[in-house]
Every structure is written in C-alpha cells, then in structure tokens.
Write a protein that binds this ligand. Structure first.
Ligand code: HMG
Length: 391
C-alpha cells in the first residue's frame, strides 16, 4: 500500500453494565464527604455488573453495532485487550467471535498490559491493515475494575467495553506520526493470579502515572512529534477523571507552558463526561475519553487529538490522531448516552451483595439469573465451562 494511505479508527462504540452505584450513595454508606468523590476524584458514579454480565458480554455488546453497520466480511482479526480476563488460556475474544457470528477465517487473540493493552492492540491492528489494506481489525477493550471493599480504590471502580474497527481510509480518526513510549518496572498496581481484586500503592501509582506522562511526551517530541500548540484536546487514561487534569497540568509544565484553568478546561473537560459516571474501565477508559471528545466538540474536522495511554506496572504511550472531516455523521452519541442513562441505580447493600457473590468453582451445573439488560449474557456454568447466549 502507498505510504500515504490513512489508517485508523473507522468506527467506535462502547457499552457498559446494567447497574450503577451513585457516589452519593457510596458516601452515605461509608461516611465520606461526597465532595471528595465529586471534586477530589472527579467521580460521580460507577458501573456495576449484574451476575450474568462480564467482559465477554460487554465486549460483544460494544462490538455488535460495528458488525451490524459494516458487516463481518472484511474482519480478519479480533484483538481483545483486558486485564480482568475470565480464562488463563482461551482468549475471551473467541466467545465474542461466536456471539457475533463472525466467519471462521478470523484470527482472535487477547493482549494484556494493565490499562495500556488496548493501545498495543490498536498498534497491532494498524500494522495488520498496513500489510493488507482490505482487512479490518476489530479491537475491543473490555474490563471490570475491582478493588477491595472499603479500600481507597473502591470509589474508582467501574466497567465498560469499547470496540473499534481499524481500517484503511477511516471515517473517524487517522493514527498519525510517531509514538512516544515509556516503560518503567514499578509496583504501583498489580493483581496476582490468585486474587480477584487489584493491589495498589495508591499514591505511588499517581506518581508513576505522572512520570509516564512526562516520559512518553519527551520521547514523542524527540521522535519528531507535533508541538503542544498543534493539539485541540488531550485524552488521558482516566482511572478517575481528576487525574486527567493533573496529567495535563504536568504536561504543560514539562513544556514550560501556561497551566491556567481555561487552558485545562479547553483541553481536558470535553473528554471526561463518560468516565466520571462509568468509573475506571481500565483498557477502555482512554477510548471512552476519546468517544466523549468526538461527541462533545463540533469543531474537530482535521484537528489533532492527543491520546495518552497508561497501564500500571508500567507501560505508557502517547500518540496523535487526526480527526477526519465529516466524522460527526459516523458517531453513535445517542446509543452511548442511552447505554449510560439506562443503567438501573442500586443501593449500597445491593452492590455489596453482588460483590460478595462468588460463582461456583467445582464444575457443577449452575444457571445464572437473567438480570442484564444487554444483548448477551452469561447463562450458565457447566463442567468448568462458561455458557454464553443472546439475551
Ligand atoms: P485516597 O487516599 O482515598 O484519597 O486515595 P486522597 O486523600 O488522596 O484524596 C483524593 C483527592 O481528594 C485529594 O486531592 C484530596 O485533597 C481530595 P489531590 O491532593 O489529589 O488534589 N479531597 C477532597 N476534595 C474536596 N472535598 C473533600 C475532599 N477530601 C479529599 N472533602 C487514590 C486516592 C487515587 C490513591 C485511591 O482512590 C486509589 O488508590 N485508587 C486506585 C489507584 C488509581 O486509580 N491510581 C491512579 C494512577 S494508576 C492508573 O491509572 C492505572 C490503573 O488504571 C490500573 C491499570 O493500569 O491497570 C489504576
């Protein structure tokens, strides 16, 4: 293919869970001043999965509208990024491939590096499309974040899946220029195989994240990346949305630029709307930020957006994307607002009950109650297998 052919995100869709816990309710139950959540963390609510929802059902629900709009025929690869996977061997994407009825001539793989995984998947997809511009790659980021009950991280939990169709001549965004990369071996956040919840050194994780913002930006610029003033907005990974503002302040200081409130608002505020009510969706978080800015701003034709992806442990990448003229007619804002708005509010006791519910691990037949409002569900467990079905 010619060196000039644009490659990038042709379509983008996200879904979340059927339940939501509001932070006013969380604050009421644990005696925290809700201003800490609203102002200190920038979080208002968190998505909570029903018993029959998981990363597979969310991933399939997010990807379904893409397959319906574009058809399955050109999809040759599915890459699902997650850090809350359901199997140590089989890729979650194989279940998604089946639920979506994709053809057999497709490769399916799962990738992991904490919240950064989906950006690695996007780069992988870009390389495949570069080799074969006729193929489309379905990249899915799907995660449920869980910290220990009553821990500081609890208020930053959340869940969502974002699905992206990567292709040549994309309708939404072109991936442009170099990548700024930064890897550091730090123990800021991790989850050993035997644990269902993450371990975190909260304050160190924030420092590691901010170091990675500076490190990846410096690498980006050293490789000929665009200067700060060429960017219209910056989509940061948002474990809680306040951190995106801190990250941008750090970036402006690195560049020796003015960091007043107007500048921060203009560059970051249009990106936080979904994440402040969905919570940390790990791999999907930065792509919910990207979705938000595309839907919130009508002046993006031809403009450049920065994307900072961070995964604890840690690996980070800064990339620039150029918005394609006419992008607005390809967006799915109504469906996204509906997905977020249709969640059923639950009280703290219900949330806690769901968190303490464990699925059997003895291989016995176990049917799950039908609770999801989404199009797919985990219907049963049998012989240590997960049985999914259209809801
Ligand atoms: P904490 O100890 O609960 O909170 O932990 P705090 O005491 O640090 O307060 C948070 C902010 O609220 C502070 O503001 C307070 O001043 C403010 P800051 O100093 O940051 O500007 N505050 C208030 N504001 C208004 N009114 C009040 C009030 N009270 C306090 N009344 C922490 C916070 C983030 C550490 C915790 O939630 C946590 O451990 N979260 C999980 C880890 C995390 O999200 N780390 C982020 C970076 S690492 C990352 O992004 C990767 C990750 O997504 C995983 C992956 O890659 O896979 C997590």
């Amino acid at each position: 293919m010619s060196a000039e052919t644009a490659i990038g995100i042709h379509d983008l869709s996200f879904r979340t869970t059927s339940l939501v816990l509001n932070h006013c309710e969380l604050a009421r139950s644990n005696g925290t001043d809700v201003a800490k959540y609203h102002k200190g963390l920038g979080q208002h609510a968190m998505s909570v999965p029903t018993a029959d929802e998981d990363i597979v059902t969310m991933a399939a629900a997010a990807a379904l509208p893409l397959v319906q709009r574009h058809g399955p025929d050109r999809i040759r690869t599915v890459v699902l990024a997650t850090e809350s996977s359901i199997d140590q061997s089989k890729a979650a994407g194989v279940y998604v491939h089946s639920l979506l009825g994709l053809p057999p001539h497709v490769r399916v793989v799962e990738v992991k590096q904490a919240c950064y995984g989906a950006t690695a998947a996007l780069q992988f997809a870009g390389g495949l499309v570069h080799r074969d511009p006729d193929q489309q790659v379905l990249v899915i980021a799907s995660d449920i974040s869980r910290y220990d009950l009553d821990s500081p991280g609890e208020a930053t939990q959340g869940a969502a899946a974002a699905a992206m169709l990567v292709s040549a001549d994309p309708a939404l965004l072109e991936l442009t220029g170099p990548s700024g990369l930064f890897t550091a071996d730090v123990m800021d956040f991790w989850r050993p195989n035997y644990r269902a919840t993450a371990l975190v050194n909260g304050k160190e994780s924030v420092t590691a994240y901010l170091n990675a913002v500076e490190g990846s930006w410096r690498d980006y610029r050293a490789r000929g990346g665009l200067p700060l003033e060429d960017f219209r907005a910056f989509c940061y990974h948002q474990p809680y949305t306040r951190l995106a503002f801190k990250a941008h302040r750090a970036l402006l200081e690195t560049c020796g630029a003015r960091a007043d409130d107007d500048v921060l608002q203009q560059a970051v505020a249009p990106t936080t709307g979904y994440n402040e009510t969905v919570g940390n969706s790990y791999t999907a978080s930065v792509y919910l930020a990207l979705t938000a800015v595309l839907e919130n701003c009508s002046d993006l034709d031809g403009r450049t957006l920065g994307l900072f992806s961070y995964g604890s442990g840690s690996v980070a990448e800064f990339i620039a994307t150029q918005v394609r003229p006419g992008y607005r007619s390809h967006l799915r804002a109504d469906a996204h607002r509906e997905a977020v708005g249709a969640r059923q509010p639950i009280d703290y006791e219900t949330y806690r009950g769901l968190r303490l519910q464990n699925l059997p691990t003895d291989g016995s037949w176990y049917e799950l109650p039908h609770q999801t409002r989404g199009p797919f569900r985990l219907a049963a467990l049998r012989d240590h297998q997960r049985i999914y079905e259209a809801a």
